[in-house]
Design a protein around this ligand. Structure first.
Ligand SMILES: *Cc1c(COP(=O)(O)O)cnc(C)c1O
Length: 428
């Protein structure tokens, strides 16, 4: 859609023309595995990428296609590929860039599952990650070597309410000839559009705010379409003949759509991390209200964080929207609409008090999710971050006394009252 239309208009209209077959106004759920070819010639052309069309729903599906177009539009990307989860999106994003012996520079402040994926599981592919504190730009520069293929960070990071200075990291990536991949799950394109700040690729867990109500597991990779994959010779899957696809040179043949088509033709086809049409439909519904939900999430989070910070039973609060946050300046510059709605606080009384608090909350649901319309709580050290070493836990902001809150869109006063009674129970 055109950039002249506002965010809320595009959140409703982008990617969703009336259904060409029926005129249906809402995007139908195309619950089909396959699509009938017009004739043998049509089938052959589709398989050779000489004509764009539907073959099989592991690769493309009209409902998922509408979602891809909507997300690409909201992020200001050339194209997007949806997949089965946020974790799948991370592998999908890295797959065309990496190979045995290659590495990425990854922020120390990442979702616990991502730390596990990057520090352990990707080793099976011969890939590795070097974890660096991205606030230390000199350390980032020093970590880049000849085998580095990408820099990876989260915009607002999980769980500690940390904020990444995306323009500063994008500058280093650019000077190093590397793509910058930003996980924009916690910010959503409403609070932050990394591509406008120089990011090459954006990944999402659609499971969280994008769908917004805890109903779907999904992911997306958005490509800016701006990176020159042929310049350095470091990205042969995109610049050289791809043996897995008729020897096609994706970048030469498809230009700014090279990464997106590679994601469909190779990533989805061969890794099979496909989203389902029903899930895509729910996510399309969710995105329609993103511009209404995010300001309320942020407003509530700000109120709850300020209340907690002034409470004597609380040791500290880590939220980028607080004046006391070390990232306040980054928030004002990079995230002017707010610091999101996920943050942590430390309770006086350590591990035991933290666990008691979680058990005493009534309105907050104790779950391993975030970005739901309802407020959620978890004790990261014993759950989402339990696989990490003590050092990694502290670096990720998940120490033993730390409780993570995902603030929903209920009435802020009710959330504060619930926290008040639970703090009393935990401190008593
Ligand atoms: C949840 C989450 C993921 C993983 O997404 P799934 O959909 O659960 O696979 C990745 N990054 C961040 C920041 C997340 O919050």
């Amino acid at each position: 859609m055109t950039e002249e239309l506002g965010f809320d208009t595009r959140a409703i209209h982008a990617g969703a023309e009336p259904d060409p077959a029926t005129g249906a106004r809402q995007v139908p759920i195309y619950q089909t595995t396959a699509y009938v070819f017009r004739d043998a010639d049509h089938a052959a052309k589709l398989f050779a990428l000489q004509e764009v069309g539907y073959i099989y729903s592991r690769l493309t599906n009209p409902t998922i296609g509408a979602l891809q177009n909507r997300i690409a539009d909201l992020e200001g990307g050339a194209g997007a590929v949806c997949c089965s989860s946020g974790h799948a999106a991370q592998i999908m994003a890295l797959f065309p860039l990496m190979g045995p012996g290659k590495n990425i520079i990854a922020s120390t402040r990442l979702y616990g599952g991502t730390v596990a994926q990057f520090s352990q599981t990707i080793k099976r592919f011969g890939w590795s990650a070097k974890f660096v504190d991205l606030d230390d730009t000199e350390a980032v520069r020093a970590a880049v070597d000849d085998d580095t293929r990408a820099i990876f960070c989260e915009s607002i990071s999980n769980p500690g309410g940390y904020l990444t200075d995306i323009p500063a990291i994008a500058k280093i990536a650019d000077e190093s000839g590397l793509p910058l991949i930003v996980d924009n799950t916690l910010a959503t394109p409403y609070l932050c559009r990394p591509i406008e700040m120089g990011a090459t690729l954006v990944v999402h867990s659609l499971t969280k705010y994008m769908t917004g109500n805890g109903t779907v597991t999904g992911g997306a990779v958005v490509d800016s379409g701006k990176f020159d994959w042929s310049a350095s010779g470091k990205f042969p899957s995109l610049s050289e003949p791809e043996p897995a696809y008729h020897g096609l040179k994706f970048h030469e043949a498809l230009g700014p759509m090279a990464f997106t088509f590679h994601g469909i033709a190779i990533g989805l086809r061969d890794l099979g991390m496909t989203m389902n049409p029903q899930g895509a439909h729910y996510t399309l519904m969710g995105i329609e209200t993103l511009g209404l939900r995010m300001p309320k999430h942020v407003e509530n989070a700000q109120k709850v964080a300020e209340w907690l910070e002034n409470d004597p039973r609380v040791a500290s609060v880590s939220y980028g929207g607080l004046a006391s946050s070390p990232w306040k300046a980054v928030q004002e510059k990079v995230y002017p609409k707010g610091a999101g709605a996920l943050f942590t606080f430390a309770i006086k009384g350590g591990y035991d008090a933290a666990v008691k608090l979680v058990d005493s909350l009534k309105l907050f649901s104790h779950v391993a999710n975030l970005g739901d319309a309802r407020s959620l709580v978890i004790h990261s050290a014993s759950t989402t971050h339990s696989q990490l070493t003590d050092e990694q836990k502290i670096a990720a902001g998940a120490g033993p006394d730390v409780v993570r809150l995902s603030i929903g869109i209920e009435d802020a006063g009710d959330l504060i009252a619930d926290l008040d009674q639970a703090l009393s129970a935990a401190s008593g």
